[in-house]
Ligand binder design. Structure first.
Ligand code: PLP
Length: 472
C-alpha cells in the first residue's frame, strides 16, 4: 500500500481504521473521523503529506505542535540518518560517546549564554521531568510554580506541572509541591515564591494554552525574582525552540537566559525522537550533576543515532538560517490573518503569536472545532490548542516558501467562508441559556460532527449511485 504510493482503496482505509480502533484507540478514531481528520499520511514532503486514499495533498499546519520545523521528510536529514544507521545503533547509554559529545557541543554553540551542559532524554515530558528533578535536587527545595493552562507533558513531574485539570484529574494525587498562577502575572508569581521554591517553570510562549507570548517585562521580572531568591528558572522550549518564533530559541527575544531549558520535538527534525535538558554552567547545577551522574537516566534518550540526526538538523537550521524565514513568513501570515479578523469581527476575537507560532482566537469555543473541520475539508490539517479550544494554532514547517504561505492564506480564507455557513444555525442556538455550554462540550461536538459526517457519506454514496444509473 505505501511503497510506490498506489492510492489506497476506501475498503483498505476502512479496514485500517477499524483495526486501529480495535488495537490502539477507538476514541481517537471516532474523534479524528468526526473532525474530517481521518487522514493516512503518505508521501510526507515539505509542508505536508498526501492522504493515502484520496491522494489529496494536505498542508500540515499543526506539525505535531512544532515537531517538523525542518519540513516533512527532509531528504538531507533522512540521508544522514540512513548513512549513520549503517554503523550506529542507540549505543550503550553508560559509555562515553563521541556522537553524544559532538551533538552536545554543537547544541551549546547555539544555546543562549552559559546554557552549555546537556542531559539527554527520549521525549519532551521526560525532559521536563529531568529539568524539575535537577532544580529540586540542586536547590534542595521542592516547591514548583507553574502556570495556569501550561502544557509540559504526561509523565510524573511534567503532568504535575500541567496547568489544566482535564489532564490531571484522573491521576490525583500527583507530585506534591506544585502551585499554579496566571501566565503573564508577575505579581502573582512574586506572591507565591518563597525560599522554599525550587523552580518556576513556563513556556516563553504558551502553546497549548492558546499562543500567549510572555512579554519582556514579565520574563525579565521572573529572572530577577529567581536571582533574588535562588530559584531555578526553567523554560520549556519544546514547542518554541529551533526557530519557531523567529529566533533559534524564544528566550532570545527578551534576552533572558533560563537556568534550565527543556528541548525536544524539532531538535531531531521529527525524524528520530530525541530530547534534552540544557542547563547553565553554574556550580549549583554542575555540582549536583557531577555528584549524581545517573540521577536522570534514560537508555533511549540521547542515543548515538539520535545525536547524529540532531547534529544534522542543527547544521540544516544554521545553513538555512531557518529562524529568519519563520520571522519573515510569520509577518506575512499574521498580517493576512489580521485582515481576516477585520473582515470577520463576529468570528475572530484576536490574532497573536510570534514568528510561525500564531494563534487565531475565535469568539466561542465551538468555533475552534468548526474551523478545524472547515480547514480539513479545504486541505489544511490544523488542531486547536488543547488547553484553549477556541484558539486555532498555525505552526507550519518553518521551511515554508512565500508561494506556499500565500496558498495557506487563500485556503484559510476559503475555510472561514465555509465555516460561516454554519453560523446562522449555531449563533442563535448559542444564545439559549445552557446551549452554549453544550456546543462547547467536546463530547457533544464529536457526536454532532459524527452525525454530519454520516449524513455527508450517505449523500456522497447516493450521488455516486445516481451518477451510475444515469450513465447506464
Ligand atoms: C510545550 C511542551 N512541553 C512538553 C511537551 C511534551 O513533549 P512529549 O510529547 O515529547 O513528551 C509538549 C508536547 O506537545 C509541549 O508542546
Amino acid at each position: 500500500m505505501e511503497g510506490p504510493f498506489l492510492p489506497m482503496s476506501m475498503k483498505e482505509k476502512k479496514t485500517i481504521f477499524r483495526m486501529f480502533a480495535g488495537h490502539i484507540s477507538r476514541g481517537q478514531v471516532k474523534l479524528m473521523r468526526a473532525a474530517h481528520l481521518d487522514f493516512l499520511e503518505t508521501q510526507r514532503k515539505g509542508i505536508g503529506f498526501k492522504d493515502a486514499q484520496s491522494q489529496r495533498f494536505i498542508i500540515d499546519c499543526f506539525t505535531s505542535a512544532g515537531c517538523f520545523n525542518v519540513g516533512r521528510g527532509n531528504e538531507e536529514i533522512i540521508s544522514a540518518i540512513d548513512e549513520a544507521a549503517k554503523d550506529l545503533d542507540m549505543g550503550s547509554s553508560c559509555l562515553t560517546s563521541h556522537h553524544k559529545l559532538a551533538f552536545a557541543k554543537k547544541l551549546a554553540s547555539v544555546t543562549p549564554g552559559d546554557l552549555t551542559r546537556v542531559l539527554f532524554s527520549a521525549g519532551g515530558g521526560e525532559a521536563i521531568d529531568g529539568a524539575i528533578k535537577l532544580a529540586r535536587g540542586a536547590t534542595g527545595h521542592n516547591e514548583v510554580i507553574s502556570m495556569i493552562k501550561a502544557y509540559h507533558g504526561h509523565s510524573g513531574f511534567s503532568l504535575s506541572a500541567n496547568g489544566k485539570e482535564y489532564y490531571r484529574h484522573l491521576f490525583e494525587p500527583l507530585m506534591p509541591g506544585f502551585s499554579f498562577v496566571p501566565f503573564g502575572d508577575l505579581d502573582a508569581v512574586r506572591r507565591q515564591a518563597s525560599d522554599k521554591t525550587a523552580a518556576i517553570i513556563l513556556e516563553p510562549v504558551q502553546g497549548e494554552g492558546g499562543i500567549f507570548v510572555g512579554d519582556d517585562f514579565y520574563l525579565r521580572g521572573l529572572r530577577q525574582l529567581c536571582d533574588d531568591l535562588g530559584i531555578m528558572l526553567i523554560f520549556d522550549e519544546i514547542q518554541t525552540g529551533f526557530g519557531r518564533t523567529g529566533k533559534m530559541f524564544a528566550s532570545e527575544h527578551s534576552g533572558v537566559i533560563p537556568d534550565i531549558m527543556a528541548i525536544a520535538k524539532s531538535v531531531s527534525g521529527g525524524l528520530y525522537p530525541t530530547a534534552a535538558v540544557v542547563y547553565r554552567d553554574i556550580p549549583v547545577l554542575v555540582d549536583f550533576v557531577d555528584k549524581n551522574p545517573w540521577f536522570h537516566r534514560c537508555f533511549s534518550g540521547g542515543s548515538d543515532l539520535g545525536c547524529v540526526a540532531a547534529s544534522r538538523v542543527l547544521d540544516y537550521f544554521i545553513k538555512n538560517r531557518l529562524w529568519e524565514n519563520a520571522e519573515r513568513m510569520g509577518v506575512i501570515l499574521k498580517e493576512a490573518l489580521l485582515q481576516l479578523q477585520r473582515e470577520n469581527p463576529k468570528i475572530i476575537r484576536e490574532i497573536r503569536g510570534r514568528g510561525l507560532m500564531i494563534g487565531i482566537e475565535y469568539l466561542d469555543e465551538y468555533m475552534g472545532a468548526l474551523m478545524a473541520d472547515s480547514l480539513s475539508k479545504h486541505g489544511i490539517f490544523a488542531v486547536y490548542s488543547g488547553n484553549q479550544p477556541q484558539v486555532m494554532r498555525f505552526m507550519l514547517p518553518i521551511t515554508i516558501t512565500r508561494e506556499e504561505i500565500e496558498r495557506v492564506i487563500v485556503i484559510t480564507r476559503a475555510a472561514v467562508a465555509t465555516m460561516k455557513v454554519f453560523l446562522p444555525l449555531t449563533e442563535p442556538l448559542a444564545k439559549i441559556p445552557g446551549v452554549r455550554l453544550l456546543l462547547n462540550n467536546i463530547h457533544v461536538q464529536i457526536t454532532v460532527f459524527e452525525w454530519i459526517r454520516l449524513f455527508e457519506d450517505l449523500f456522497a454514496s447516493f450521488k455516486k449511485s445516481r451518477a451510475g444509473e444515469v450513465r447506464q
